[in-house]
Design a protein around this ligand. Structure first.
Ligand SMILES: Nc1ncnc2c1ncn2[C@@H]1O[C@H](COP(=O)(O)OP(=O)(O)OP(=O)(O)O)[C@@H](O)[C@H]1O
Length: 278
């Protein structure tokens, strides 16, 4: 485990849709090794299965090849940093894995307790539903809605999944509290610091109970101290609760906090190594 890891707060993966989660209920003891957490769910010596499996993905935009036969397995409960030079295909890979864009060819399979889903075979509405229900997203700017409060920005993710406003806001308040934003629920996004806004984005990504969180440069707009704090919150609330985290980053420090670092070049996987968080 990374020696710089300081936080000890962990978050239950089932915070939703239980109404009115308290900070006490949402906080459980010290973090464990994410891979060990995943293995604990599979107590035999069998390897942890891939929750996301991508096979020979290709994607071109006009004459630009963004992905070129890329194959990657991501195991349940691990944190994976995707690195590479600008234009190497990182975001395209993340978008394909998350069902935001379709590859031109290749397969992407999501394996969960509910069964296997071929993401590349889903139509737009199927992928939209998958994104809402199974995945959470944290982007560089958070993509928060400035006109809404912090609480509303989180609750909207649940309301889009059909929860009533009261229940959604109760669950959202619990997440904001557990991520250190108690008392800031009614602030609009412009009234929060960059790090606080990213915590709102992290809460929104996870309030639905999504098992896989995708983050694209989640700390890209933050100073290094705030970046470290946000990364800690992101790790504690995802792999610290046996969820899977996939992070696109240019930042070696962010990557070093992950259990695994994969490197892309010209749309191909050219490196796959253990990160600092082992
Ligand atoms: N929607 C698009 N239309 C046209 N070209 C695209 C599109 N999306 C990506 N590309 C091109 O595909 C290649 C890979 O882009 P991608 O954004 O995946 O790279 P990246 O590694 O994430 O880059 P960066 O680090 O600069 O964000 C680049 O050459 C990019 O210009």
């Amino acid at each position: 485990m990374n020696s710089t890891r300081t936080g000890s707060t962990r978050y239950t993966p089932d915070a939703v849709p239980a109404p009115g989660p308290s900070a006490a209920r949402m906080t459980i003891p010290a973090p464990t090794d994410p891979a060990a957490s995943a293995r604990a769910q599979h107590p035999s010596s069998r390897p942890v299965p891939a929750i996301l499996s991508a096979r020979t993905l290709t994607k071109t935009y006009g004459s630009t090849t963004a992905l070129s036969g890329l194959t990657l397995d991501i195991r349940a409960g691990e944190s994976v940093a995707i690195m590479g030079t600008s234009g190497s295909g990182k975001t395209t890979l993340l978008h394909c894995l998350a069902g935001i864009v379709l590859p031109d060819s290749g397969r992407i399979t999501l394996n969960t307790a509910a069964g296997s889903t071929r993401i590349d075979s889903l139509n737009e509405s199927g992928r939209s539903r998958l994104r809402r229900e199974s995945f959470g997203f944290v982007f560089q700017q958070g993509l928060l809605i400035p006109e809404l409060t912090a609480l509303e920005n989180v609750a909207i993710a649940l309301m889009l999944n059909g929860l009533d406003r009261t229940t959604a806001e109760q669950a959202s308040a619990g997440w904001l509290q557990s991520l250190g934003l108690a008392g800031m629920e009614q602030r609009r996004i412009g009234e929060l610091s960059g790090g606080q806004a990213q915590r709102v984005a992290i809460a929104r990504a996870q309030v639905t109970g999504a098992g896989v969180i995708f983050a694209d440069e989640p700390t890209g707009a933050l100073d290094s101290a705030t970046s470290a704090e946000v990364m800690q919150v992101l790790l504690d609330s995802t792999t610290g609760a046996s969820k899977t985290l996939v992070v696109v980053t240019h930042d070696d420090t962010v990557a070093s906090r992950c259990a695994r670092v994969v490197s892309l070049q010209d749309g191909r996987l050219v490196g796959d190594s253990a990160g600092g968080a082992r």
